[in-house]
Design a protein around this ligand. Structure first.
Ligand code: NAD
Length: 504
């Protein structure tokens, strides 16, 4: 596959998508999208400023009445066409995503893009299936029913680790339910969000239903969260930024959906299939170069399997091929930027004073040295309260710790502020059943780690946030429920009026 992705040609008019067309930002500040595998500039664009956010919110507000008033069938038809266009453009989307993120092309063609197309197809169907409770006479004198209504203009903010999938997760349920959206992608990775919005327009989704403002968090992001005409903020990103977003959103009394950081535990009981656990741990820790909020980051292994697990993981990590993201033979691409690579290296370098770096722990030399690459890294001997076990590293780094009793394994797994995802590995249905009940996370896998489905919800417990992406559950975020109550009696002087005055 050709690696060239000509950002300058595709986005000559600018990197803001407002009211169905591309235009330049007006912040006066330029940002460069850089290929992290080579350091080459892909696109320099003017960031969105407050005026661009205001224009996008106005476009979304103008589009709202007609889109909210469309029938579910009409919205569904448009989403089916949208899914079709995304599928036709799969190769372009995969190339752009690999170029701006450094993701291996096998990952973008096998996961990011088909996942996005499947999400669009799912929400095309789900749009016709927005349910409420049945109408009924909960008092003999009244009939009650429920209307499920869109919230309004949704301001969505997304991170850089899965830009296309995050655009899909944020935009699709919102528009399927009749809302309109202003999406702010991370400033490092706006390209596929813009391509996604353009595909929406080409599918016949009206101008202004999907808008993209490519701007920095502090100005464009905060403007969007604080905007009085935005009814809801849907944020995916780190927990510290999520706290800041929550403060601003709370001040304007907005509906809030927060998908935040993770530190997923991977619990291996002593009857587990060791080969499956080793392969699952390496794949689960290294997917997307470890820049995955559900990545396996802390493996707890029951003492009888501990040594074999550590050596199995070290051996398998050594076979993982780093390389050009556009080479189909490449397993692991660079991190998103040199700054992120240095941040990851900082965690590992500090860990050397209290733990053992079994393998990795450095950037590769030679051809790859100019990219933001970092070797797959295995750390053992770290204490449970050390930063490498507690904090989100967001790189290709797995810490492994031993445990003795099942109680201890589950307690250690639950012992971080996060609760996005977890996995447990055992052949014993009672042990795995207990793990599903007791692990405090929004998703628990048994004998696997990572797979996601459009039909199933994704979302956190604890400091990983609240609310659900994907699945019919996401409609709970993007709709509000209205109780409608009809009097059935046609009586002017109703019995309940006696609580206020004497009824003759
Ligand atoms: P980040 O929190 O730094 O940024 C996320 C987004 O918020 C970006 O668009 C950024 O520009 C914007 N932003 C930054 N400061 C802001 C502010 N003050 N006001 C408004 N917006 C602001 O996260 P990141 O580094 O882009 O992504 C990595 C993080 O995302 C990790 O913590 C990861 O776990 C998390 N993540 C979570 C999920 C999930 O589903 N829970 C999925 C993917 C990524």
């Amino acid at each position: 596959m050709d690696r060239r992705f000509d950002g300058a040609e595709q986005f000559a008019e600018g990197a803001q998508y407002i009211g169905g067309r591309l235009r330049s930002g007006s912040s006066g500040r330029t940002h460069a999208v850089v290929d992290p595998a080579t350091g080459a500039e892909i696109l320099a664009y003017e960031l969105a400023g407050p005026a661009d956010v205001d224009a996008a919110v106005a476009a979304a507000g103008n589009a709202l009445p007609a889109w909210a008033g469309a029938t579910p069938g009409e919205r569904s038809d448009a989403l089916h066409r949208f899914a079709g266009i995304l599928a036709e453009r799969s190769e372009d989307l995969a190339r752009a995503e690999s170029a701006q993120c450094g993701k291996p092309i096998r990952l973008t063609t096998g996961f990011d893009v088909p996942g996005t197309v499947d999400n669009a197809a799912f929400f095309a169907g789900a749009a016709r299936h927005l349910e409420g409770r049945s109408a009924g006479e909960y008092s003999a004198d009244h009939t009650s029913y429920i209307r499920r209504e869109p919230i309004g203009v949704v301001g969505s903010i997304a991170p850089w680790n899965y830009p296309l999938q995050m655009a899909a997760w944020k935009v699709l349920p919102a528009i399927a339910a009749g809302n309109t959206v202003v999406l702010k992608p991370a400033e490092l990775t706006p390209l596929t969000s813009l391509m996604f919005a353009r595909a929406a327009t080409d599918a016949g989704i009206p101008d202004g239903v999907v808008n993209v403002v490519s701007g920095a968090g502090r100005d464009a992001g905060e403007r969007l969260v604080g905007h009085p005409a935005v009814a809801m903020t849907s944020f995916t990103g780190s927990t510290p930024v999520g706290r800041r977003v929550a403060e601003i959103a709370t001040a304007t009394v907005k509906r809030l959906h927060l998908e935040l950081g993770g530190k997923a535990p991977f619990v291996v009981f002593d009857d587990a299939d060791l080969e499956a656990a080793v392969h699952g741990a390496v794949a689960g820790a290294l997917i997307n170069t470890g820049q995955d909020c559900t990545a396996a980051t802390r493996a707890y292994v029951q003492r009888p399997l501990y040594e074999a697990f550590v050596s199995g993981v070290a051996d398998l990590m050594a076979t993982v091929r780093l390389g050009d993201p556009f080479d189909p033979a490449t397993d692991l691409g660079p991190l998103i930027s040199h700054a992120q690579r240095d941040r990851v290296a900082g965690f590992v370098d500090r860990a050397r004073s209290y733990a053992t770096v079994v393998t990795g722990g450095e950037a590769p030399a030679g051809e790859l040295a100019k990219g933001a690459y970092y070797l797959p890294t295995l750390v053992t001997g770290a204490a449970q309260d050390s930063e490498i076990v507690q904090d989100e590293v967001f790189g290709p780094v797995l810490a492994v710790l031993p445990f003795d009793s099942d109680d201890e394994g589950i307690a250690l797994a639950n012992d971080t502020p996060y609760g996005l995802a977890a996995s447990a590995w055992s052949r014993d249905v009672y042990r795995t059943g207990r793990a599903t009940r007791e692990l405090k996370a929004g998703c628990v896998w048994i004998n696997d780690h990572i797979p996601i489905l459009s039909e199933m919800p994704h979302g956190g417990y604890k400091a990983s946030g609240y609310g659900k992406d994907m699945s019919a559950y996401s409609f709970e975020e993007y709709t509000q429920v209205k109780h409608v109550m009809f009097d059935n009696t046609a009586v002017a002087r109703k019995p309940w009026h006696r609580t206020v005055f004497t009824v003759g």
